[in-house]
Unconditional design. Sequence first.
Length: 385
Amino acid sequence: MRIGLDARFLSHPQRGGFKTYTVNLISAIRQLDDENQYFIYLDRPTDLHDLPVKQNFNYRVVNGNLPVIGMPVREQVLLRSQISKDHLDVFHSLCNTAPVGSGTKRIATLHDTIQVTTKIRFMTPPGFKYWMIMSYSKWAIKQSINTLDRILTVSEFEKSEITNLFRIPENRVVVTHLAANSIFKPASFDQKAIMRAEIEKKFGISDDFIFGVGYEDRKNIPLLIKAYKHLAVDFPGTNLVIVSAEEHKRQSLQQLASELHLDGRVTVLGSVAATDLLALYNLATVFVFPSERESFGLPPLEAIACGTPTIVMKSSSLPEILGNGAMFVDGKDSQEWADMIRSVIVNERSRSEMIKRGLQRASELNWENCARKTIQAYDQVVSGI
């Protein structure tokens, strides 16, 4: 088969779930498939030394560098043209949006329906570019969803959301669970000592800390700060560290911490490198993720893969993905979250059991299985199954 992959996040500098999926899926396909020819479409010139290289991998650059409208023009005009030139048997859009109306058999991975169901206000933070991307994404998903030959998604929860929202038969939607990146694993005692020194040098973090990640409203990071308020006096040597990629959200979170008289106790970081994230997971006393809407939930999976006790909200896909590898809180009562965090901090036996269960659950999800099911979908679509 001649298989095309829109792998713009392979060359795109932005970190996040789309990039994690793209990098790891293509790396796993490289390990598994020697027979099919892959045409991998990037969005900018990239050093081949930074890409998975194999005899049956053919890279194409389809530039999307026009200001503001670069993504729509690339996907709906330039990419469609390149697909036609490469005479593909099947084309796979990896990250939600796809060319509309291409004559080639098409698959798309729809990671979630959030871009379709979320109302985006014009020119509100983080600004016009974000509004434009979200508006285009909503349009492209709605226009293409009913013409795709197969839809891949990342959890049974999200499959249900997709089939209900778009009234699509269940047999057209295939679940391919993701996995944590292989870099996320427990560090040794000596490795943690090096990590701690690096984290103190880079971010000024020297005390023990509770760790959280997120900036979108659905991530409920203010809830985590309010829960920490209940704990701060009783645990003077344990602070709160949050990674929040958006600057305007960082400012509001830091302001909330100040209003709750937590100055000096709450550190809000911007986007961090994967190596720093690995260190933060490993050094954290507990990872807390009060998100109420996740199609999969990579951050808590990465945390348990590092052997970090993890607490999440009992909602959306999180019980499916984490199983008994994490502790769950049902609802948004800050005192309940504080009580659960307290129990994990003080109960060493419970912590040890959580770590064991978390590592076991993380090992059950791997990129090889994701790639196998993806290649199987290619076969089925080309065969007309």
